[in-house]
Ligand binder design. Structure first.
Ligand code: C2E
Ligand code: MG
Ligand code: MG
Ligand code: MG
Length: 285
């Protein structure tokens, strides 16, 4: 019976692997049309000052709504795009959409800093720096309003040409943040050399707040180290008041999470800002 169960398990595993492969193949094929069919859009999630809760910009998050399959999560299609040679085109589309929206906010008198996630694949492209700077220039948006989020694992493993590209973007005024910090294997001396301004602590680090003193000690040490290295610190994925209170206590600079606001279409972000300004005129920003 044990043997039989084992065999069934193998069969089940095999079937789900096949389903996964079909899924990938389908996503890969459908993604090729997504840009042309206008199925992609950006949502924006506010970041706030940890102490005052003043709005301090937004993160752009890609959304794909397929006409028959509905919403498909970035965690499903971004890896497929990266492995099927489509990430450069997808990344370009994201940059264009984000910078176009920055221009709209600028024209409305409500300029906002927008953080755009950048895939390692994009950073491998020699033309990335020029593309970013030309897109900003074409829309009349200053580089200082743009931030690029690059994952910790990417920055740590990165080769010299990629680091040089990031340095050129920074020299032009673009901000750079280390995304998902705490999920990789950073060595501290490497961190000191990274061309970045902001460190984003990953949501997984917040899980021990209130229950695990060691996890809390790690968060506190991370904030102190990041500040000593001249970085601002963002905590992402905050869902509870207790997490917010703890992060405020250890001097975290910015917060982002469902507790404050979900990722939303641009128009809803504007409504969110208006509602906050009406509720607390002194904090309007
Ligand atoms: P990320 O850059 O770390 O983005 C944060 C993710 O956490 C987002 O998921 C966001 O919706 C989610 N989040 C924010 N606050 C909370 C919270 O309080 N609780 C929970 N449970 N989740 C929260 P999303 O939009 O599904 O994106 C997932 C990942 O996909 C992103 O992680 C990023 O790595 C990637 N991604 C999204 N858009 C883009 C893009 O335009 N380009 C690239 N290269 N990657 C993207
Ligand atoms: Mg991000
Ligand atoms: Mg992140
Ligand atoms: Mg993350």
């Amino acid at each position: 019976a044990a043997k039989e169960a084992g065999r069934n398990q193998v069969r089940f595993f095999d079937a789900s692997l096949r389903a996964l492969a079909v899924d990938r193949a389908r996503i890969e094929a459908e993604l090729r049309h997504a840009i042309a069919r206008d199925e992609l859009s950006l949502h924006f999630q506010p970041k706030l000052d940890c102490r005052t809760l003043e709005p301090r910009g937004v993160e752009a998050l890609l959304r794909w709504v397929h006409p028959t399959d509905g919403a498909i999560a970035p965690s499903r299609f971004i890896p497929v795009a990266e492995q099927s040679g489509q990430m450069a085109a997808l990344g370009s589309a994201v940059l264009r959409m984000a910078i176009r929206q920055m221009r709209v906010w600028q024209d409305a008198g409500t300029p906002r800093r927008v953080a755009v996630n950048v895939s390692p694949v994009q950073l491998e492209q020699p033309g990335l720096v020029q593309e970013v700077l030309e897109t900003l220039a074409a829309h009349g948006v200053a580089a200082d309003w743009l931030e690029l989020e690059i994952t910790e694992s990417m920055l740590m493993s990165t080769r010299t040409p990629t680091l040089a590209r990031i340095e050129r973007l920074r020299a032009a005024g673009v901000h750079v943040s280390i995304d998902d910090f705490g999920t990789g294997f950073s060595n501290l001396s490497q961190l000191a050399r990274l061309p970045s301004d902001v460190l984003k602590m990953d949501r997984s680090l917040l899980e021990g707040i209130g229950s695990n003193p060691k996890a809390e000690a790690i968060l506190q040490a991370t904030v102190r180290m990041a500040h000593a290295l001249g970085h601002r610190v963002v905590a992402e994925g905050i869902e509870t008041e207790a997490q917010h209170a703890f992060l405020d206590g250890i001097g975290c600079d910015l917060v982002q999470g469902f507790l404050f606001a979900r990722p939303m279409p641009a128009a809803e972000v504007d409504a969110w800002h208006r509602a906050r300004a009406a509720a607390a005129p002194a904090q309007a920003a």
